[in-house]
Design a protein. Structure first.
Lengths: 610, 331
């Protein structure tokens, strides 16, 4: 029996030998053939040599997570073979290099078939035919592994060529025919009887809609560009830097990306830029984000619109620098001493990384305060095919900028003293903002409490209305930010079990829902996206309707569960958590929720994956 | 009567005075520095609304509140990155930064150093009094080893740094020293620093009358004896024929020679104190370095780059090409 377009593939190898490139080729080939793809990338804090791997799931319908069973594992080193061979399921295939891996050392499941790929032989043939030294062709092992894998699935080779044309453009286009030569040889190695013994097929989907192949950092960068972000300062850190490097690599949009001496400078520079009116941002990850605390507080008290990305990774401290965790939710809400209004939004997939980036700049301008976009490593580095971006509803809102005409008018007033009341008290907390360079707009900024002009003031008569003015901007934001960006309920309106997710746990739970429903479990999923201001009333109402409430998060303490309880008084009945540094799979989530539905297990701690 | 408009004085020093009165101690050197900044701005006829006056935190960092331009009193040690952001985002603004020695050379040392690497067009005026005034006189990074002003319970166990030598080696393109009570020299030096295109440092020796009883106004006014002859404590470099300026910036050898000369000179001629411009070179600033790579910056400053249709507010950034890089149908 053939299983078409439900395929789970893995490739692994030492870092720096092209594992990522292989996965990119595999993903692109399937995506251009009209399939939905989700790719999970795992790597060490290392440049060359440590074990890394990429897990790719292919499906005709949309997918948002990986699954644990591997149908085909392609290796060219022994470490990958030893670590991952046991993950291949019965009926699956294991590809290896007989020069480095001995099958008797492996823990293969019964019913797994093996094939030694003739990597060296193919490369030597190509070397002989093209006159290139074999040593220079070693990187092509990746193409052999990818092509042989796809050949097993009876995949049409023309899509490999299409993918190669997308990857190798411009001066690198000459690599397309060379890679195709290698791919054809790999296809030739896969004999018909091998294909017949393998049930998995990947078949092109005719007339599939155009999609984007996105990871979170690229999606965020695109959203920033669309929003008109033209200044980004950053300090190198994994996994956030990919976003800044992408932006720096696209100077045609006019964005100035400044690599700073440290994370503090990166934050302060973005704030200083934002003061002049440019839409400005900084991006970091856990430890670097922590260093931005003081700069964020300054932006808060001075009402400066700035967007700060935190791509969470395993903590505390340096923690698991290249691994996934959702450990910074509470920290992001409370970062900075004292109180200032922050808007915190947590996108749950690659598309939301784009849209939330875009909206973040509007909110920063409208409420003149820092906006924190809370992303994570799984979103940052994993790859997903997503619908093309719908730009139709996107509008730019620069908030309350005072016009030159109004300033000129004010300057005519008899009591005009050559300065502008930048922090004038207002009904909703938002004041008009002038920009340096604007005539008659002079104001001051200070990290101290201040009067309407921005001069230091410590009197309670000023402190109370000024602090209140700033804080009430959150009420306005809660009222104005569209509901569908605040939270979303997936599945039926009413269900016995409501699963509460945020950020990247949205993916595996969303994929698990139909499976649980087909089990007969009455279930829906509440994704909370806006963490501050928190949609208290809506979340209370939704959770009050559920008999059983389950929190699913990638941390130890259940940070969203704690936030929900703090804001609504409602306690999660069950928790599914994972803090291995690896994202949850659909498989794990299905099993955990089945366990909770059947056995009322209070807390399930997931641990699968290397 | 014919009026020559170009020579009309539009702004006087008092036009740069805000309504806020300085709350510094009587006799503080900071008063003189603020006056000098205001006079320099008037002589340069800077339009107040085109100026951003930056500072960090500390006594001297209250400066922006006393000056009537856009004024930004930032965080302790962080004035340079904030100011850098503003200047890069809108190079049409004149950005002047003030702050103390603890602010700039202590908690802000990393930024102080790295500002040299970028050569952003900023004038950085450091009020150097060897103590942390606002926290009651602890030792700053410029206080010498073993020194014990009255505010210190024990002699200073750290040695003092030479900020000018650091600035020269870090890449500052204008490095000068002046003295808070040498009003004319100070004003002229600040003026030169503001006019200089690139990263300029003016280290201003500034007696703290409350906590630093070692280097007082009197100490600076004393005559010193060298080989039996009497000399004033401070002297002006240019009066001695010193030339710190690189005349041919495309000549790396001249740059190297002038840097070495300046580093030697800033080490001092104790017990005398040299004032003046130790080193100056005109080199491309940061924006000029990045402009060739970011074509839109040749047309607009970042702060004024159009990003939306002014009527419909539809974003004008066209991502078609970027989408194509990641699209499933673009092959």
């Amino acid at each position: 029996m053939e299983i078409t377009n439900q395929f789970s593939w893995m490739i692994g190898g030492p870092q720096g030998t092209g594992v990522d490139s292989s996965a990119t080729l595999f993903i692109r080939a399937c995506a251009v053939a009209g399939l939905n793809v989700y790719g999970k990338r795992e790597y060490h804090s290392n440049i060359m040599g440590e074990h890394s791997y990429f897990q790719v799931r292919v499906s005709e319908s949309p997918v948002h997570s990986h699954v644990d069973p591997i149908h085909l594992l392609a290796t060219f080193d022994d470490e990958t073979a030893r670590i991952h061979a046991h993950e291949v399921v019965e009926g699956g295939y294991f590809f290896y290099d007989a020069n480095v891996t001995k099958l008797e050392n492996l823990d293969l499941a019964p019913g797994v078939k093996t094939l030694a790929l003739p990597y060296s032989q193919i490369l030597e043939e190509v070397a002989a035919e093209t006159g290139q030294p074999v040593a220079k062709l070693q990187i092509m092992k990746n193409t052999i592994a990818v092509a042989a894998s796809l050949a097993m699935c009876k995949f049409d080779i023309q899509y490999i060529e299409k993918a190669l044309k997308g990857i190798f453009t411009g001066s690198k286009a000459k690599l397309v025919p060379l890679n195709m030569k290698v791919a054809e040889k790999a296809y030739a190695v896969i004999a018909q009887e091998l294909i017949d013994a393998f049930p998995y097929r990947i078949s092109a989907v005719p007339d599939a809609p155009a999609r984007l192949i996105l990871n979170g950092t690229t999606a965020a960068a695109l959203g920033k560009l669309k929003a008109g972000c033209r200044f980004q300062s950053y300090y190198p850190i994994t996994p956030a830097s990919d976003e800044s490097v992408y932006l720096e690599g696209h100077p045609e949009y006019g964005i100035n990306v400044v690599q700073c001496e440290d994370e503090i400078a990166a934050c302060c520079m973005a704030v200083g830029a934002a003061l002049t009116g440019v839409r400005a941002a900084t991006s970091s990850s856990g430890p670097g984000f922590g260093l931005k605390a003081e700069g964020l507080g300054w932006a808060g008290i001075n009402e400066v619109p700035v967007v700060v990305y935190n791509y969470q990774r395993g903590g505390p401290s340096t923690g698991l620098p290249t691994r996934h965790e959702q450990g910074d939710l509470l920290y992001s809400l409370f970062i900075g001493h004292g109180e200032f209004p922050k808007i915190v939004i947590a996108p749950g997939d690659m598309s939301e990384c784009f849209y939330d980036s875009f909206h973040a700049f509007n909110w920063a301008d409208q409420y003149q305060t820092p906006v924190i976009v809370l992303c994570d490593k799984s979103l940052a580095n994993n790859t997903n095919t997503v619908p093309t971006i719908d730009e139709s509803g996107l509008r730019i809102n620069r908030g309350r900028l005072v016009t030159d005409e109004k300033l000129a008018e004010l300057a005519q007033q008899p009591d005009y003293k050559g300065q502008f009341a930048r922090f004038a008290y207002s009904e909703d907390g938002v004041s008009e903002r002038s920009l340096p360079g604007q005539e008659h707009g002079i104001f001051w900024n200070t990290g101290d409490e201040h009067d309407v002009w921005g001069h230091i003031a410590e009197d309670p008569e000023i402190r109370v209305p000024m602090h209140s003015k700033r804080m009430k901007k959150l009420l306005l934001a809660a009222k104005e930010i569209p509901q569908d960006l605040q939270y979303k309920l997936y599945g039926p309106e009413n269900a016995d079990m409501t699963i509460v997710v945020w950020g990247s746990t949205k993916g595996p739970v969303l994929d698990a829902l139909p499976i649980l429903q087909s089990d007969g479990i009455s279930v829906n999923m509440l994704q909370i996206r806006l963490m501050s201001p928190f949609p208290t009333e809506a979340v209370s109402q939704i959770l009050s309707r559920a008999k059983v409430k389950v929190g699913v998060e990638q941390n130890f303490t259940g940070q969203l569960a704690r936030l929900v309880r703090m804001e609504t008084g409602i306690k999660m009945d069950h928790m599914v958590v994972k803090y291995t540094g690896r994202p949850m799979s659909e498989t794990e989530v299905v099993n955990a929720l089945r366990d909770i539905a059947k056995k009322q297990t209070e807390k399930v701690v997931l641990t699968y994956g290397h | 009567m014919v009026t020559n408009m170009s020579s009309t004085v539009e702004y006087k020093a008092k036009d740069y005075k805000s309504d806020v009165h300085p709350d510094w101690c009587p006799g503080c050197g900071d008063f003189g520095i603020v006056n000098a900044i205001q006079q320099a701005m008037a002589e340069l006829q800077l339009k107040p609304s085109d100026v951003m006056m930056y500072s960090g935190v500390g006594c001297s960092s209250k400066t922006p509140h006393y000056i009537k331009t856009y004024g930004v009193h930032t965080l302790h040690g962080r004035s340079l990155p904030f100011a850098t952001g503003s200047k890069l985002a809108n190079p049409n603004l004149k950005v002047v930064v003030a702050g103390g020695d603890g602010d700039g050379y202590g908690i802000g040392a990393g930024h102080f150093l790295n500002a040299g690497r970028r050569n952003v067009d900023l004038a950085y005026i450091v009020y150097n009094n060897e103590v942390y005034g606002l926290t009651k006189g602890q030792a700053s990074p410029t206080l010498k080893l073993g020194a014990q002003p009255k505010s210190l319970p024990l002699p200073n166990p750290n040695d003092g740094i030479n900020p000018l030598a650091i600035a020269i080696s870090a890449g500052y393109t204008f490095v000068a020293r002046s003295y808070a009570f040498d009003a004319k020299h100070l004003k002229a030096t600040i003026k030169q620093a503001i006019e200089h295109k690139g990263m300029a440092l003016v280290d201003v020796l500034q007696p703290c009358p409350t906590y630093n009883n070692l280097h007082t106004k009197d100490w600076f006014a004393e005559e010193v004896e060298i080989n039996g002859a009497k000399y004033p404590r401070t002297y002006h470099l240019d009066a001695q024929g010193y030339d710190g300026k690189v005349h041919n910036p495309s000549d790396p050898q001249e740059i190297q020679a002038k840097k070495l000369q300046a580093i030697q000179k800033v080490q001092g001629n104790e017990p005398q104190v040299a004032l003046g411009v130790f080193y100056q070179v005109e080199l491309p600033d940061f924006i000029e370095r990045v402009k060739p790579n970011i074509p839109l910056l040749q047309q607009y400053v970042s702060a004024k780059m159009p990003i939306e249709d002014p009527v419909t507010h539809v974003p004008t950034t066209d991502l078609t090409a970027a989408y194509a890089e990641v699209s499933t149908t673009a092959y």
